[in-house]
Ligand binder design. Structure first.
Ligand code: TXA
Ligand code: MG
Length: 326
């Protein structure tokens, strides 16, 4: 890890690193974010690995200019344009229908994407110079406090990021307010840096998510919404080779040994190896693509093997489990 300043030269280096698929912790007005190129699936997978997240929670995609948001999201939802006009740049995240190009890894397979234009000049300059939208969760390991100073990031994630840009203390200090505009009834999913009262000036009586009254399957603890239309069965690692599938079936393997034994069995119409070298980061980056491909091809059955339960393997297993027939 290398600590960068906010000099023009260092901002260029941070932007270059993002373009190169590296992880760069950047200051925002709310908390430090763990930034990666939102178009780059391997970089996104690294974000989850660095945070040691047990699952692929959807990420917030950051843009340098309010107008840039339409590259990742459809802003035609009611109130979206007005809110963007009034509160961006600033600590408001809007959940909106995603553009097709946004990788599933950024949205946890949801048809929506969380987008925001941060108010921090350093963050915006890095994003502008990188030329790509920047996906960034708070730069803390899963379950830890969000970092509001570069030193927090150094202490918590210093060994897991490529660069940390020291922009001083984050003035807001709590994360952005997350507002879901993707349904008929706008809902504040997470109270944050933008007071709900200000949102209510635009959306009178806007609802706020409340654990006590809203079903546990509602956001906050978003379950994964990816489920293939074909039955997917989960087996232990290496277990695909011993399966006798019915009809035209496809297998998702992890590692070339497993894929080869599945091939020798000769019962599969299609075999996808998520990572021949058994790299869970690569598997995570490939997973949603593979599932989409298999689903679209209309196989009768899908079979997938679990990864070893470590690192991103856990996250992949979590997604496979949620997609599988119980
Ligand atoms: O202030 C912030 O928002 C900071 C800075 C870095 O911008 N970022 C941040 O990211 O707090 P994170 O990943 O820690 O929190 C993102 C929140 C999560 O609660 C997630 O579930 C929600 O946003 N979220 C993201 N995409 C969503 C979606 N498509 N639908 C519903 N909720 C979503
Ligand atoms: Mg967070």
């Amino acid at each position: 890890m290398e600590l960068l300043s906010t000099s023009a030269r260092d901002l260029d280096r941070a932007a270059e690193a993002i373009r190169a698929g590296l992880l760069v912790a950047i200051p925002t007005e709310t908390v430090y974010g763990l930034g990666a190129d939102a178009w780059n699936r391997v970089a996104l997978a690294r974000v989850f690995e660095a945070k040691r997240r047990p699952s692929f929670d959807p990420l917030i995609v950051h843009v340098a200019e309010p107008a840039g948001a339409s590259e990742v999201a459809d802003l035609s939802a009611r109130y979206a344009a007005t809110l963007a006009e009034r509160f961006w740049p600033g600590p408001l995240t809007m959940v909106l229908p995603k553009r097709e190009r946004v990788p599933d890894l950024a949205t946890s397979g949801l048809p929506t994407v969380a987008v925001r234009c941060p108010a921090n000049a350093v963050a915006r300059e890095i994003i502008r110079r990188s030329g790509v939208p920047v996906a960034a969760p708070s730069a803390n390991p899963f379950g830890y406090l969000s970092p509001t100073r570069a030193e927090h990031v150094v202490a918590q994630l210093g060994d897991r990021v490529d660069f940390i840009v020291d922009g001083g203390r984050c003035p807001v200090g709590v994360e952005s307010t997350v507002l879901d505009l993707s349904t008929d009834e706008p809902l504040v999913l997470r109270p944050g840096g933008l007071p709900v009262e200000l949102i209510a000036e635009v959306i009178p009586g806007v609802r706020v998510y409340d654990r006590a009254t809203t079903s546990p399957s509602a956001p906050g603890q978003l379950p994964s919404h990816y489920a293939p239309s074909r039955p997917l069965y989960l087996v232990p690692h290496g277990g695909v080779a011993g399966i006798e599938p019915r009809g035209r079936a496809a297998a998702l393997c992890f590692g070339s040994d497993a894929a080869k034994s599945a091939e020798r069995g000769g019962r599969w119409s299609r075999i996808i190896d998520l990572s021949p070298s058994m790299d869970p980061v690569e598997a995570a980056a490939t997973l949603f693509d593979a599932l989409h491909e298999l689903d679209a091809a209309g196989f009768d059955e899908l079979w997938a093997e679990r990864l070893p339960d470590e690192g991103l393997g856990r996250a992949v297993n979590d997604r496979l489990y949620k997609a599988s027939v119980k």
